[in-house]
Design a protein around this ligand. Structure first.
Ligand SMILES: *Cc1c(COP(=O)(O)O)cnc(C)c1O
Length: 228
């Protein structure tokens, strides 16, 4: 079941990559709320990147998965959970405040790690969503430039929910333009390449606008049930 879904998603990803000349896009399997057996099936199908919304789920699942599993923390992160996130996650996608970036920097320094992070942008200025506005993003990037134990690798957004993926194309273009603007700031330690954008409903459009990480949950593991 999962293997078949992964085959379909990867076929769609490869088609979108070829059509748009974007050979950088990689799949993150978003396994939040899903049991470890499903993650293992995805691993056996060849997937290595897994995304979780809660640090606690990475804490529980990581000992059960092979060592070369790459964990992505994609959900909102509270500062009291940062220590564990830094221990376990290769990438933290949801950095949206100076306080959070500083806490990550401090926890990473304590274990001699340079933590890969992405800044989360609230791309459609939705009240219900986390993330920085454009001005706040550039301000935070300047501050991150001085931090030794975080490496800013890119930007992340969660586009609005829609039935028509084309509706989100403008937001993906907007995030890509912000990436270009940041690289044009010529900050000594900042050069970003990652665009974490696109989910089950719109990952092909995201790839056509330059996504390097697409985060697909439902399309691989099926609908989530938050009541269990
Ligand atoms: C849940 C989640 C996803 C995956 O969403 P699907 O629509 O199930 O593919 C991607 N990114 C973030 C930040 C999420 O919370």
């Amino acid at each position: 079941m999962i293997k078949q879904n992964i085959d379909i998603v990867n076929a769609n990803i490869n088609k979108a990559k070829i059509e748009s000349n974007n050979d950088l896009a990689r799949l993150i399997c978003v396994s939040k709320t899903k049991p470890i057996e499903m993650l293992k099936e995805a691993y056996e199908a060849g997937e290595r990147h897994f995304g979780e919304n809660k640090v606690q789920e990475i804490v529980q699942k990581s000992p059960e998965m092979p060592n070369d599993t790459i964990w992505h923390m994609i959900g909102h992160l509270q500062t009291n959970k940062v220590k564990k996130a830094v221990e376990l996650a290769s990438y933290i996608h949801s950095v949206d405040s100076l306080k959070l970036a500083e806490t990550i920097n401090k926890c990473a320094e304590a274990i001699n790690k340079v933590q890969n992070i992405l800044c989360e942008v609230n791309i459609a200025s939705e009240e219900s969503k986390y993330g920085l506005n454009e001005e706040g993003l550039y301000e935070l990037v300047k501050q991150i430039n001085d931090m030794k134990n975080v490496k800013l690798v890119g930007l992340m957004c969660v586009a609005p929910y829609t039935d028509n993926p084309e509706d989100n194309r403008k937001y993906f273009i907007k995030l890509r333009n912000m990436k270009d603007n940041i690289n044009n700031m010529n900050l000594s330690n900042i050069s970003i390449s990652e665009l974490s954008m696109g989910m089950t409903g719109d990952y092909e459009v995201a790839i056509s606008e330059g996504a390097t990480f697409v985060r697909v949950g439902t399309g691989i593991f099926g609908e989530r049930n938050y009541n269990i």
